[in-house]
Design a protein around this ligand. Structure first.
Ligand code: 9YT
Length: 134
């Protein structure tokens, strides 16, 4: 059994920071669960273009208000209790109107240090790779 405390992972290499968000990665590829599991804090009044072309992601909101916009312009309000799943590797824009706390699951599992490239994509890394595009 794996038992971890998010608070104890902050400030370690399991916390990855970006301009608009901070992601604490509770479960990663090395844990061999078949997915990775993160707590992501989105900073208020931010807009992030994302395209996980190499991954599937499900995102469950537990705090805050925002919206996700599809490429066809359709906007979905996000608040606690809402999940969205990028089952078609959907390009999207994520807007946080307040601080938001999200639980995010990735398949395939992230290795650890991934952060968005200019297109909002995470590379497909294998365990051991430390070099990621910013
Ligand atoms: C909701 C979202 O995709 N935010 C970007 C960070 C990502 N969830 C992560 O790496 O935890």
């Amino acid at each position: 059994m794996i038992v971890r405390n998010t608070e104890l992972l902050r400030g370690t290499n399991r916390q990855v920071n970006s301009k608009n968000w901070s992601s604490t990665r509770l479960l990663l590829k090395d844990d061999d669960m078949g997915f990775s599991f993160h707590e992501t804090i989105l900073y208020p009044n931010t807009e992030t273009k994302i395209w996980y072309k190499n991954h599937l992601e499900a995102v469950y909101c537990i705090e805050g208000i925002g919206e996700v916009e599809e490429t066809n312009g359709l906007k979905h309000r996000i608040c606690p209790g809402i999940i969205y799943a990028l089952d078609k590797h959907d390009k999207h824009i994520l807007r946080a109107f307040s601080k938001m706390r999200m639980i995010c699951v990735f398949n395939p599992a992230l290795v650890g240090p991934e952060t968005h490239d200019p297109e909002g994509v995470y590379p497909l890394l294998s365990t051991g790779e430390k070099n990621v595009s910013k």
